[in-house]
Write a protein that binds this ligand. Structure first.
Ligand SMILES: [Zn+2]
Length: 327
């Protein structure tokens, strides 16, 4: 399981990770989470925040979750602000420039801190501290990601990121490659996704359509076909004829007997029973296909933005020029 939840009715909505930089105090060197605020919810009805604090020996960091009146600290005062990192263990202030040097040297680490879940029984989001089950699932994702071999012609994790030049701040922290933007679990998911799309293209091609015609398909078309290929048998969907109001089908007599019995129990006729039941099934199928198409469209939109970031507007350029350590 790549996304284990804490209970049967719960599902993982997301994880909170922190990036960590070593304290610049040579006597300390504790890994400090780089966090500018720790609010998780800040509404009058519900307030949740987590706390970053030193362990008893001041040799590492601990986290705790707090609700409503238990929040007796300022979640806006975390470890990072104004391009400076404050060490909760020794009080040393690590400058942003040092953090970038650490990043370029590949010494920025990351840690899983919280999991956020949703429930099928109750409304709202449920936060909890990350546990060993979460960390084991993560290790499994790392193992799986190590065996991901990029598909030729698709997104290559080693390619310089589209953000590798210009004003982008992340490159100054050593995030140079496309893969640096995704963690192992995301890599595994993206890879599975890319392979599924690829396999669908191949299945469609096998069904007799020319590869040239496939090139013209939009990703939405592909997603619809994916649904047809994987859930609807080998036959491609037929174009519906608007004038044809009749449907005829051939079914084994025992199936027909079953349907007639069910129709009788519902006190309706065979036609009405079949139309109602199949319309219900059809709506479900279309709903699932649309969900698939939408999630695919959104993922591709993210990939596209990463590859072709829009040009910075005047305000972003001005903001970047105003950074204290801008080079
Ligand atoms: Zn320190």
């Amino acid at each position: 399981m790549l996304y284990p939840s804490s209970a049967k009715d719960r599902e993982i909505l997301g994880y909170f990770w922190v990036r960590q930089v070593h304290c610049s105090n040579p006597a300390c060197r504790v890994l400090i989470p780089v966090v500018n605020q720790t609010w998780l919810a800040n509404k009058s009805s519900r307030r949740i925040a987590y706390r970053i604090k030193p362990n008893a020996q001041r040799t590492g960091i601990e986290y705790s979750l707090h609700y409503d009146d238990e929040i007796d600290f300022d979640p806006k005062e975390a470890t990072y602000g104004n391009n400076k990192l404050l060490c909760p263990c020794c009080g040393e202030v690590t400058p942003g420039k040092y953090m970038r040097v650490e990043g370029m040297a590949g010494r920025i680490e990351q840690e899983l801190v919280l999991a956020c879940e949703v429930s099928s029984q109750q409304q709202g989001r449920f936060y909890r501290l990350a546990n060993d089950t979460d960390r084991n699932a993560w290790r499994r994702a790392v193992e799986m990601a190590a065996s991901v071999i990029p598909i030729e012609g698709d997104v290559s994790p080693d390619r310089p990121s589209g953000n590798a030049r210009g004003l982008s701040a992340v490159t100054r922290y050593g995030m140079l490659k496309f893969a640096d933007f995704f963690n192992a679990r995301q890599t595994v998911t993206l890879d599975a996704f890319a392979r599924t799309i690829r396999a669908t293209r191949e299945e469609i091609a096998k069904s007799g359509e020319s590869v040239e015609a496939l090139r013209g398909l939009t990703n939405h078309d592909i997603a619809v076909r994916f649904q047809a290929v994987h859930f609807g048998g080998r036959t491609m969907p037929q174009t519906a004829s608007e004038t044809n109001r009749r449907v005829s089908l051939r079914i084994p007599p025992e199936d027909k007997a079953l349907l007639m019995r069910a129709a009788a129990l519902e006190q309706t006729n065979l036609t009405e029973f079949m139309v109602r039941a199949s319309l219900e099934a059809a709506r479900g199928t279309i709903h699932r296909a649309e969900r698939l198409a939408l999630s695919e469209r959104d993922s591709l939109a993210v990939l596209d933005l990463l590859e072709n970031p829009p040009a910075p507007n005047a305000r972003l350029v001005a903001a970047a020029g105003g950074l204290p350590d801008h080079q």
